[in-house]
Design a protein around this ligand. Structure first.
Ligand code: ADP
Length: 266
């Protein structure tokens, strides 16, 4: 009945709270000699049966630039999800806390880390659906990893899942996602462009003084986020490439990874 992704609660020790999100509290803990982060799913927050089906696939996705899902504890109700612990928390907070103190190398390095994780997801035909700096986490040795991939599919709050909803991440979404909910690796690429903008503005909110409706209208009129002062011209060109109207005109993550790597060699 239980697969390899089933975590035995007897092997899990829970510690202090490290955050909270859409699904509920996140605690740090220990599991088989490893430091882990445990998402304690709130009652009614997640479509648990659907998630259990997918958990097997997600535990098999394994890459040094992805936050690893070790397993799921379904014997508790509601269940809890056991992830690799990322000691330095989410990237958006990390960027804001270090404003003015990060080198060009480290900003580019963050983009490179996330492009590697995303190229791996792309090569496995796995769509993230909610890539943003808030969904990337930082390890104890400053490596940035992609988290929460595919998880929006299991959120039960329709304010979050409907593109009309108040919590839907419009400012990270491509035009075809906003209009037809057409998700693809190329819609992830659009979000990656916004992610690079967040990195180079050191954690500013995109289109900060505009409503979702104003953003949609601006995008339709062909407007895009402006070049962050800190971004080199070559990085800004990559952002603009990610924000091409037609998905086919955007680069793949494999190509973005290649381009970013060549910039970091200069
Ligand atoms: P949800 O998926 O429920 O929306 P998040 O993934 O946004 O939750 O997590 C909420 C917060 O918990 C994050 O901002 C971060 O501070 C913390 N957190 C989540 N996952 C981890 C992890 N693997 N390691 C360390 N902290 C984490």
């Amino acid at each position: 009945l239980s697969g390899q992704w089933e975590v035995d609660p007897a092997e899990l020790t829970l510690g202090e709270e490290v955050g909270s999100g859409q699904f509920g509290l996140v605690l740090q803990g220990r599991w088989r000699e490893r430091r882990v982060a445990v998402k304690m799913v709130r009652k009614g927050a997640m479509s648990e049966e659907d998630f259990k089906e997918e958990a097997r696939v997600m535990t098999m996705l394994s890459h040094c630039k992805l936050v690893q899902l070790y397993g799921v504890c379904t014997q508790h109700s509601p269940m809890c999800l056991v992830f690799e612990l990322m000691e330095q928390g989410c990237l958006s907070d990390y960027l804001r806390a270090r404003r003015g103190r990060m080198s060009q190398d480290s900003l580019l390095g963050m983009c490179l880390d996330v492009s590697e994780g995303m190229a791996y997801l792309e090569s496995n035909n796995f769509i993230h659906r909610d890539l943003a700096a808030r969904n990337c986490l930082v390890s104890c040795n400053n490596v940035v990893k992609v988290s929460d991939f595919g998880m929006t599919r299991f959120v039960l709050d329709d304010q979050y899942t409907s593109s009309q909803g108040s919590k839907f991440p419009i400012k990270w979404s491509s035009p075809e996602v906003i209009k037809y909910c057409k998700f693809s690796s190329k819609s992830d690429v659009w979000s990656f462009g916004v992610f690079m903008w967040e990195v180079y503005t050191e954690g500013r909110l995109p289109y900060d003084n505009r409503s979702n409706l104003e953003v949609v209208e601006a995008l339709n009129a062909g407007l895009r986020l402006l070049k962050p002062r800190q971004a080199p011209e070559a990085v800004h060109l990559l952002m603009e490439w990610c924000w091409k109207e037609k998905p086919d005109d955007r680069p793949s993550f494999a190509l973005l990874l290649h381009e970013l790597a060549s910039l970091s060699d200069l």
